[in-house]
Design a protein around this ligand. Structure first.
Ligand SMILES: C[S@@+](CC[C@H](N)C(=O)[O-])C[C@H]1O[C@@H](n2cnc3c(N)ncnc32)[C@H](O)[C@@H]1O
Length: 265
C-alpha cells in the first residue's frame, strides 16, 4: 500500500475531499430530516443557522422543507462544496471566533443546529466560549440542537472501533476505518479526551492498487452528564440530552446523542 499525493482525495488530515463520499446523504437525511423538520416546526422556528454546516446538505434539505436557513463553517473548501449543493446561503465563520458582519448584524435565529460531531472538537476554555457563541446567535426562547458522539460512553464500555464503512464513488472503492486512542492524557481540568484516527483506503486492492491516507482529530470524550452540565453552565435552559434529533425527552441509548436546549426567554 502506498500513497499518491496527486490524488485529489488524498489530502492528509482533511475531510474536504471525502466528506460527501463518507456520508450516505440520502440515507442520513431520510433518517434525520422528518424528525428535525417536525421539531423545528413545532417550536415555531423559521430562521435557522447551521453551525459547522460542512458541505451544506442540511441547509439544502431544510431550505427545501420551507425553512429560511443559513450555514456557517470556517473551512473554505467545505463552503465551496456547500455552495454547489445549496447556493449562496453560507458564511465563513467558526465557533470561537468573531462572527463576520453578515452574521453579527443579522437578527438572532429561531434555532441553531450544530450536527455531525463538531462539538467534541472544542476543549479547555474554548468550550465555554463556543457555547456562548451558540447562545449569542439565538433569539430569546430560541432552540439549540447539537448532534454528537459522546465518546465518553463508548470508551467506558471499551468499544474503541467505529463501524467500518465501504463506499463506491465514481468507480472506485473507499474504505473508512475509524478508531479511538483513549490513552491521551486528560485536559488540565481532568476532562477526558481521545484521538479519533481515520484511515481512508482507496482502491479495492484487486483492480486498483490501494492507497491510503490518515488523519487524527483530538476530541473531548463527552458523556450525557457532562454535556448537560456544560450547556446549563453556559446559560441555556431546558437542557436535555436525548437519543433523538426530534424528541428532547427520548433517553440516550448509545454514544449518538443530541443536546436540546433553549435560550431562556
Ligand atoms: C464532520 S463535519 C460536520 C458537517 C455537518 N454539520 C454534518 O452534520 O455532517 C465537521 C465540520 O465542522 C467544521 N468546523 C471545524 N471547526 C469549527 C468551528 N470552530 N466552528 C464550527 N465548525 C467548525 C469543519 O470545517 C467541518 O465542516
Amino acid at each position: 500500500m502506498g500513497t499518491d499525493r496527486d490524488d485529489p482525495h488524498l489530502l492528509p488530515g482533511s475531510m474536504v475531499g471525502y466528506y460527501d463520499i463518507f456520508v450516505d446523504w440520502p440515507g442520513r437525511l431520510s433518517r434525520e430530516m422528518p424528525a428535525l423538520a417536525s421539531r423545528l416546526a413545532a417550536l415555531g422556528a423559521q430562521r435557522i443557522l447551521d453551525v459547522g454546516c460542512g458541505t451544506g446538505h442540511h441547509v439544502r434539505a431544510l431550505t427545501e422543507a420551507g425553512f429560511d436557513t443559513i450555514g456557517a463553517d470556517p473551512d473554505p473548501g467545505m463552503l465551496d462544496q456547500a455552495r454547489e449543493v445549496a447556493g449562496d446561503r453560507f458564511v465563513r465563520w467558526g465557533l470561537g471566533s468573531e462572527p463576520p458582519p453578515e452574521l453579527a448584524d443579522a437578527p438572532p435565529f429561531d434555532a441553531v443546529i450544530c450536527l455531525g460531531n463538531v462539538w467534541p472538537r472544542f476543549g479547555g476554555g474554548e468550550v465555554a466560549r463556543c457555547a456562548a457563541d451558540l447562545l449569542g446567535r439565538l433569539r430569546s426562547g430560541g432552540a439549540l440542537i447539537v448532534g454528537l458522539k459522546a465518546f465518553g460512553v463508548q470508551i467506558a464500555e471499551g468499544r474503541l472501533h467505529l463501524p467500518l464503512l465501504r463506499r463506491e464513488h465514481e468507480g472506485r472503492v473507499f474504505h473508512f476505518v475509524r478508531f479511538l486512542d483513549a490513552t491521551v492524557p486528560p485536559e488540565d481540568d481532568g476532562f477526558s479526551r481521545c484521538d479519533m484516527h481515520m484511515v481512508v483506503a482507496i482502491g479495492d486492492g484487486v483492480d486498483e492498487a490501494p492507497v491510503a491516507t490518515h488523519g487524527t482529530t483530538r476530541l473531548r470524550a463527552w458523556t450525557p452528564a457532562t454535556l448537560e452540565a456544560c450547556f446549563t453552565a453556559a446559560g441555556f435552559g431546558e437542557v436535555r440530552v436525548s437519543s433523538s434529533i426530534g424528541d428532547p425527552e427520548a433517553p440516550p441509548k448509545t454514544e449518538d446523542v443530541f443536546v436540546h436546549a433553549r435560550r431562556p426567554a
